[in-house]
Design a protein around this ligand. Sequence first.
Ligand code: TYM
Length: 329
Amino acid sequence: MEKILTGIKPTGKLTLGNYIGVLKNIRALQDRGECYLFIADLHALTLPIDPEELRQNSIDIAAFYLASGLDPKKATLFLQSSVSAHAEANAIFQNYLYMGELSRMTQFKDKSAKMKESAIGLGLFAYPVLMAGDIVLYDADIVPVGEDQKQHVELTRDLVNRFNNRYGEVLKMPKPEMNKVGRRIMSLSDPTVKMSKSDPKGDIFLKDDIKVIRKKIMSAVTDLGSEVKYDPENKPGISNLLTIYAAMKDVSIEEAEKHFEGKRYGEFKGEVADAVIEVIEPLQQRYQQIIDSKSYLEVLKEGAQRASQLANKTLKRIKKAVGLLQIDE
Ligand code: TYM
């Protein structure tokens, strides 16, 4: 059975981009393979974050994973920080990824460009090292991600090649996997930039009031002309809304385009809002029940145990390969 792994970082509020990029696929993924889904809380420390906010965001992500259909009998849900193998793998792999390649990562360039050099933490620079460890510890075959994380998974593939060339077939080669529709949901106020947790303008948050969601969609930036057509270059706003509609309705872009043939922008936006609300409203209700019952706690505890078992096994293999003396064998 193939192994599938992905993570979400508990910074900021979850967006519709996170839902379409990953959460929406959870039901299908857990039926397809052995799934490891986690909350990348160590990654959240790579930028300054208030401790209480980090705790709350972590709970929220656990609850949204479950509300999206994660079944703890089929998939393993855990906190990255409760499986110490991640930190240990990080300490080893930091020696096999290089400054040059890390400094070329788009995410690092974007994030560090807004900061003073004296305030850029080592963890932000070495972010992909920790992430590579996350992936290889579970022998992941498939890593479902949005487009923005693809580069990090590609770097993990480079690490696996480098490591295996030197030590033999120790690490499993992972493959990034992206949606056909909705690998990069854009901001509603500026459809040339990604919808992201750290950029609240024009984003739909999964916890937004339903009325707010409708309002945000109705006032989304559109493009010149009046035709509802998929043309990301010339019509980025309309194309983004079409993508959101197609993802929510589980139809192709062509089918969505066809559905809106001859319709005006206003009517189009109204239907996009309906489609989003149809999915998000019940998601919010399930989320609230999970928060109230605190059912995520037991799931995270069990998940940490299951995840640790596999991660520790792989870690042992890695330690042995590089020559760390094994005294408990
Ligand atoms: P994060 O928390 O930024 O995002 C979680 C997932 O959502 C996807 N995503 C999007 N997809 C489509 N459109 C968007 N606008 C959009 N915004 C976000 C992301 O691509 C991601 O798949 N580094 C990761 C967390 C991580 C991880 C891992 C992922 C840590 N270790 C190992 C996979 C494997 C991150 O910050 O994702």
